[in-house]
Write a protein that binds this ligand. Sequence first.
Ligand SMILES: O=P(O)(O)OC[C@H]1O[C@H](OP(=O)(O)OP(=O)(O)O)[C@H](O)[C@@H]1O
Ligand code: HPA
Ligand SMILES: [Mg+2]
Length: 165
Amino acid sequence: MSTVEKSFPVSWDQFHRDARALAWRLAGLRSDWKAIVCITRGGLVPAAIIAREIGTRLIETVCIASYHEYTEQGELKVLKEVAPFLLEDDGEGILIIDDLTDTGKTAGLVRAMLPKAHFATVYAKPKGRPLVDTFITEVSQDTWIFFPWDLGLTFQAPISKGTAG
Ligand SMILES: O=P(O)(O)OC[C@H]1O[C@H](OP(=O)(O)OP(=O)(O)O)[C@H](O)[C@@H]1O
Ligand code: HPA
Ligand SMILES: [Mg+2]
Protein backbone atom coordinates (compact mmCIF):
# COMPACT_ATOMS: atom_id res chain seq x y z
CA MET A 1 0.00 0.00 0.00
CA SER A 2 1.19 3.58 -0.48
CA THR A 3 -1.33 6.00 1.14
CA VAL A 4 -0.95 5.75 4.89
CA GLU A 5 -3.31 7.86 6.99
CA LYS A 6 -3.38 6.04 10.30
CA SER A 7 -0.97 4.03 12.37
CA PHE A 8 -1.69 0.93 14.43
CA PRO A 9 1.27 0.23 16.72
CA VAL A 10 1.35 -3.27 18.19
CA SER A 11 3.25 -4.15 21.39
CA TRP A 12 4.91 -7.53 21.97
CA ASP A 13 2.24 -8.32 24.54
CA GLN A 14 -0.59 -7.50 22.16
CA PHE A 15 1.03 -9.43 19.33
CA HIS A 16 1.47 -12.48 21.55
CA ARG A 17 -2.20 -12.33 22.60
CA ASP A 18 -3.39 -11.91 19.01
CA ALA A 19 -1.17 -14.71 17.72
CA ARG A 20 -2.38 -16.95 20.53
CA ALA A 21 -6.00 -16.08 19.68
CA LEU A 22 -5.24 -17.16 16.12
CA ALA A 23 -3.76 -20.42 17.45
CA TRP A 24 -6.99 -21.10 19.40
CA ARG A 25 -9.02 -20.69 16.21
CA LEU A 26 -6.68 -22.94 14.21
CA ALA A 27 -6.60 -25.60 16.92
CA GLY A 28 -10.40 -25.63 16.77
CA LEU A 29 -10.37 -26.32 13.04
CA ARG A 30 -8.28 -29.50 13.16
CA SER A 31 -5.90 -31.21 15.56
CA ASP A 32 -3.57 -32.81 13.01
CA TRP A 33 -2.01 -29.96 11.05
CA LYS A 34 0.75 -31.60 9.02
CA ALA A 35 3.14 -28.64 8.90
CA ILE A 36 3.40 -24.87 9.08
CA VAL A 37 4.73 -22.91 6.13
CA CYS A 38 5.63 -19.42 7.28
CA ILE A 39 6.19 -16.48 4.99
CA THR A 40 9.41 -14.73 5.97
CA ARG A 41 10.23 -12.63 7.58
CA GLY A 42 7.06 -11.37 9.26
CA GLY A 43 5.45 -14.81 9.44
CA LEU A 44 8.31 -16.26 11.49
CA VAL A 45 7.13 -14.65 14.74
CA PRO A 46 3.47 -15.78 14.71
CA ALA A 47 4.56 -19.17 13.35
CA ALA A 48 6.74 -19.76 16.42
CA ILE A 49 3.89 -18.84 18.76
CA ILE A 50 1.29 -20.89 16.87
CA ALA A 51 3.58 -23.92 16.47
CA ARG A 52 4.07 -24.01 20.23
CA GLU A 53 0.30 -23.87 20.86
CA ILE A 54 -0.81 -26.46 18.32
CA GLY A 55 2.19 -28.77 18.81
CA THR A 56 3.60 -28.60 15.28
CA ARG A 57 7.33 -29.15 14.89
CA LEU A 58 7.57 -29.35 11.11
CA ILE A 59 8.05 -25.73 10.09
CA GLU A 60 9.04 -24.61 6.60
CA THR A 61 9.71 -21.17 5.15
CA VAL A 62 8.78 -19.54 1.90
CA CYS A 63 10.97 -16.47 1.53
CA ILE A 64 9.41 -13.48 -0.24
CA ALA A 65 10.46 -9.84 -0.40
CA SER A 66 8.27 -7.02 -1.70
CA TYR A 67 8.18 -3.89 0.50
CA HIS A 68 11.53 -2.30 -0.22
CA GLU A 69 11.04 1.32 0.82
CA TYR A 70 8.83 1.32 3.96
CA THR A 71 5.26 1.50 2.62
CA GLU A 72 6.10 1.17 -1.08
CA GLN A 73 5.56 -2.32 -2.49
CA GLY A 74 7.84 -3.39 -5.31
CA GLU A 75 7.88 -6.50 -7.44
CA LEU A 76 7.45 -9.69 -5.42
CA LYS A 77 10.60 -11.80 -5.34
CA VAL A 78 10.55 -15.43 -4.25
CA LEU A 79 13.96 -15.97 -2.65
CA LYS A 80 13.25 -19.54 -1.51
CA GLU A 81 10.44 -21.95 -2.42
CA VAL A 82 8.67 -24.56 -0.29
CA ALA A 83 10.37 -28.00 -0.07
CA PRO A 84 8.90 -30.30 -2.79
CA PHE A 85 7.68 -32.99 -0.34
CA LEU A 86 5.31 -30.41 1.21
CA LEU A 87 3.75 -29.64 -2.17
CA GLU A 88 2.20 -33.11 -2.31
CA ASP A 89 -1.62 -33.12 -2.02
CA ASP A 90 -1.61 -29.43 -3.06
CA GLY A 91 -0.92 -28.48 0.57
CA GLU A 92 -3.93 -30.20 2.14
CA GLY A 93 -3.50 -30.11 5.95
CA ILE A 94 -0.79 -27.45 5.80
CA LEU A 95 -1.05 -24.11 7.56
CA ILE A 96 0.40 -21.04 5.86
CA ILE A 97 1.16 -18.30 8.39
CA ASP A 98 1.97 -14.63 7.88
CA ASP A 99 1.84 -11.60 10.14
CA LEU A 100 -0.62 -9.75 7.89
CA THR A 101 -2.18 -9.47 4.48
CA ASP A 102 -2.35 -6.00 2.96
CA THR A 103 -2.94 -5.91 -0.82
CA GLY A 104 -3.17 -9.71 -0.85
CA LYS A 105 -0.38 -10.05 -3.42
CA THR A 106 1.91 -12.09 -1.16
CA ALA A 107 -1.01 -14.28 -0.09
CA GLY A 108 -2.05 -14.85 -3.70
CA LEU A 109 1.44 -15.93 -4.69
CA VAL A 110 1.80 -18.45 -1.85
CA ARG A 111 -1.77 -19.74 -2.25
CA ALA A 112 -0.94 -20.62 -5.84
CA MET A 113 1.93 -22.82 -4.55
CA LEU A 114 -0.30 -24.64 -2.02
CA PRO A 115 -3.91 -24.28 -3.23
CA LYS A 116 -5.47 -26.59 -0.60
CA ALA A 117 -3.53 -25.18 2.37
CA HIS A 118 -5.19 -23.08 5.07
CA PHE A 119 -3.96 -19.48 5.01
CA ALA A 120 -3.92 -17.62 8.34
CA THR A 121 -2.70 -14.17 9.33
CA VAL A 122 -2.88 -12.24 12.56
CA TYR A 123 -4.01 -9.01 10.87
CA ALA A 124 -5.81 -8.29 7.60
CA LYS A 125 -6.68 -5.27 5.50
CA PRO A 126 -9.78 -5.29 3.25
CA LYS A 127 -7.99 -5.93 -0.06
CA GLY A 128 -6.17 -8.98 1.29
CA ARG A 129 -9.02 -10.35 3.38
CA PRO A 130 -10.62 -12.51 0.64
CA LEU A 131 -7.34 -14.40 0.23
CA VAL A 132 -7.09 -15.39 3.89
CA ASP A 133 -9.05 -18.21 5.53
CA THR A 134 -8.58 -17.13 9.15
CA PHE A 135 -7.39 -13.87 10.74
CA ILE A 136 -7.89 -12.11 14.07
CA THR A 137 -8.09 -8.33 13.57
CA GLU A 138 -8.99 -6.24 10.54
CA VAL A 139 -7.65 -2.70 10.09
CA SER A 140 -8.58 -0.23 7.35
CA GLN A 141 -6.63 -0.16 4.09
CA ASP A 142 -5.12 3.25 4.90
CA THR A 143 -3.67 2.03 8.23
CA TRP A 144 -0.03 1.03 8.61
CA ILE A 145 0.57 -1.68 11.21
CA PHE A 146 3.78 -1.15 13.18
CA PHE A 147 5.04 -4.46 14.51
CA PRO A 148 6.94 -4.65 17.80
CA TRP A 149 10.14 -5.85 16.11
CA ASP A 150 10.18 -2.57 14.12
CA LEU A 151 9.59 -0.30 17.14
CA GLY A 152 11.61 1.18 20.00
CA LEU A 153 10.78 3.25 23.05
CA THR A 154 10.90 6.98 22.30
CA PHE A 155 9.74 10.18 23.99
CA GLN A 156 6.14 11.16 23.18
CA ALA A 157 5.24 14.85 23.12
CA PRO A 158 2.14 15.65 25.22
CA ILE A 159 -1.01 15.71 23.09
CA SER A 160 -1.47 19.40 23.92
CA LYS A 161 1.99 20.26 22.52
CA GLY A 162 1.97 18.68 19.14
CA THR A 163 0.56 16.33 16.58
CA ALA A 164 -0.49 12.98 17.94
CA GLY A 165 0.06 9.89 15.78
O1 LIG B 1 -0.50 -8.30 1.16
P1 LIG B 1 0.76 -7.69 0.66
O2 LIG B 1 0.54 -6.27 0.12
O3 LIG B 1 1.49 -8.53 -0.34
O4 LIG B 1 1.73 -7.44 1.90
C1 LIG B 1 1.85 -8.33 2.98
C2 LIG B 1 3.28 -8.79 3.14
O5 LIG B 1 4.13 -7.64 3.30
C3 LIG B 1 4.95 -7.84 4.44
O6 LIG B 1 6.11 -8.56 4.13
P2 LIG B 1 7.38 -7.88 3.41
O7 LIG B 1 7.34 -8.22 1.95
O8 LIG B 1 7.43 -6.41 3.75
O9 LIG B 1 8.61 -8.61 4.00
P3 LIG B 1 8.99 -8.95 5.52
O10 LIG B 1 7.97 -9.93 6.02
O11 LIG B 1 10.36 -9.53 5.40
O12 LIG B 1 8.96 -7.66 6.31
C4 LIG B 1 4.10 -8.68 5.36
O13 LIG B 1 4.90 -9.39 6.29
C5 LIG B 1 3.40 -9.62 4.40
O14 LIG B 1 4.19 -10.76 4.13
O1 HPA C 1 0.79 -2.33 7.44
C1 HPA C 1 1.88 -2.94 7.31
N1 HPA C 1 2.78 -2.99 8.34
C2 HPA C 1 3.98 -3.64 8.24
N2 HPA C 1 4.37 -4.27 7.13
C3 HPA C 1 3.52 -4.25 6.08
N3 HPA C 1 3.67 -4.81 4.86
C4 HPA C 1 2.56 -4.52 4.16
N4 HPA C 1 1.70 -3.78 4.89
C5 HPA C 1 2.28 -3.61 6.11
MG1 LIG D 1 6.20 -10.57 5.05
